[in-house]
Ligand binder design. Sequence first.
Ligand code: TXA
Ligand code: MG
Length: 334
Amino acid sequence: MNTEILQPTTENIAACAAVIAGGGVVAFPTETVYGLGADAYNESAVKKIFEAKGRPSDNPLIVHLYSFDQIGSVAENITPLAEKLMYKFMPGALTLVLKKKSGLPDAVTAGLKTVGVRIPSHPVCREFLRACNCPVCAPSANTSTLPSPTKAAHVYADLKGKIRYVLDGGDCDIGVESTVLDLSGEKPRLLRLGGVSREMLEEECGFKIETVTGSSVALCPGMKYKHYSPKAEVLFSAYYENMCGGICEQYDNVEASGGNPVIICMDKNLSKYESRRTYNAGRTYEDYAHNLFALLRKADEDKFGVVIAEGVPSDGIGAAIINRLIKSSGGRII
Ligand code: TXA
Ligand code: MG
């Protein structure tokens, strides 16, 4: 199959929506990362997503909606807390896990009785979802285990020949995936940290929210798989006072053993690494999140063997950065 990157003109968006209506899959931009979508009510189309990505079929997909009115078509028992959070954070980078509507194909939810629902805010995504006029289920549009795509070119590199169109909406603003909050049980539980921070959610809820950790992986099946891993080995530094000194030492050790390292660092720390090779993650932690997956992919393009990533404070978007780096490093924290 010939894969084309399409600019987001009205005609091209209509062409993408026609592929969805015809039971095909299309990659589209969101404000978090690119998604690979299909009509959530077309089971054979949904299966094509798993094939194209090489995704295990027990990992459920998020359903993307254009408007609040569509929520009732995929979920039931919307609680007052769910409504409150929807009106505060949607459209945006929050996925709510709710009781699934019985008719929604099991392929979407991997047989779970719940469904993840999200209303993205990216303007091109919204035009695309409106043109589709159906719930669109989508995981991130990367080959399974690779870093999520934040540019159309990343999707093209992974899925070339496997899908017809990549709708190009430019670089994804946030750069890490949505926050996944499970509201299907008695107490809300955070299943994945992402674009909406814990602090923002707790302020709106008025209480502390429990985080589900690695020991209860079955609750969020995606958590058990290898993730966000470039070919290069990733080492992730803890955040502490002499972090840059520690990273220099590690870099020199890797280099001495022929490892070809590069450091991902904040703009303000660049000079501390002197002549060592660095990638600038930006001035703010939001920049770091925005650039992280692109830099992990760039390390492979530039043929670096080891990526040493700076640690960040664990509040706000920092928690999502730490989570992604722990996974991409396989827990190799220095
Ligand atoms: O920002 C995002 O969320 C992006 C864009 C494309 O919307 N999507 C995304 O999808 O990251 P994916 O499939 O790569 O990650 C979805 C995560 C997985 O960890 C999955 O296990 C979890 O959400 N998930 C989906 N539905 C669930 C459900 N019903 N219960 C528990 N976890 C669920
Ligand atoms: Mg993913």
